[in-house]
Design a protein. Sequence first.
Length: 94
Amino acid sequence: MLGRILYKPFAVLIGVLGGIVGRKAFDFVWTKIDDEEPPGALTRDVAWPRLLGAAALEGMIFRTTRYAVERYGARGWYYLTGNWPGPKDPKPDE
């Protein structure tokens, strides 16, 4: 219990780092797809497929990168403290 409480500030820093890395990864991938900036939700003259494609790609890259960074943060915490910050195994459906 105490380990999870102590992990929270560490998790916030890891989450911010994951967001930064995810944004950089999306920008890198988008430059390979299109020469223009990715459209935002309020971009006036943009086609729906381009807008939704950019949003889907950004969401996928952002979430995947965030999960990878959080996982390595949890492994680092475990290495340093010997306590895993989350549940050990999901409970099987009964």
